[in-house]
Design a protein around this ligand. Sequence first.
Ligand SMILES: *Cc1c(COP(=O)(O)O)cnc(C)c1O
Length: 261
Amino acid sequence: MEFTLDEMRVHLDALEARIAEACKIAGRSRDSVKLVWVSKFHPAEAVENAISLGATDFGENRVQEAELKFSAPRMAKDGSRVRCHVIGPVQSNKLKKAAIVADCIHSIASIEAVEKLEKVCAAQDKTLDILFQINAGEEETKSGLDVHEAENFLNELAAKAGAASADGKSENFPHLRFRGLMTIGKNTGVAEDSRECFAFLRNLQQKFLAKGGTFAKFDQLSMGMTGDLEVAIEEGSTMIRVGTALFGERDYSKPVNDPVL
Ligand SMILES: *Cc1c(COP(=O)(O)O)cnc(C)c1O
């Protein structure tokens, strides 16, 4: 059962209290952490309710579901256009669709994917934000760059990118902005267990942000979910991806496949 608007408001208030407390402990402002509402497996009506509660950014982990809910532009309460974040691994043959529907893709882990996204975005005359997913939890089932290869990967990427301008756009990837790193914490049920991998991500992101050039806008850390967002905020997260705490449990037996608009 989906939450009613009132139920969702109660959950949002409880979540905002958690975020506020974590920001206070970390000495950070609430503004420094973006809330991405992970609407996967929830219908368009749930998205509408979220928008009426002020949501501006949504995360989906499957491209088809993102298209169903976010292909048609939606307006947020603050007058901005609602942003769609693709947060799940994207197969090569779905990259084009992902690039078209998304404002930001969090889960890129290969140079080939970057090259393909540049081509699609050039054809669409669109600028896309991308983050690189790091498998910092080091679990076989998770996708993303291996922690030991991440640094080499980013160096190789910079070499391929060529000269960059102050906005991080580069000669060879003029339609992409490399915005930072994403990871999924350890799925142990104990939030503290993710601290080390979140700290690893922050160190890597800071190191490359400091290099400037094509990493001039590498200022984002997408980390923290319902179970570990406090630890993520303490470790510098700038985007928390929250599903369950806002929308309730997902019913995986009911994929959202109906055209909704
Ligand atoms: C589903 C998902 C989330 C949200 O997880 P919750 O525990 O429901 O908050 C965050 N990130 C990714 C990549 C996901 O696939």
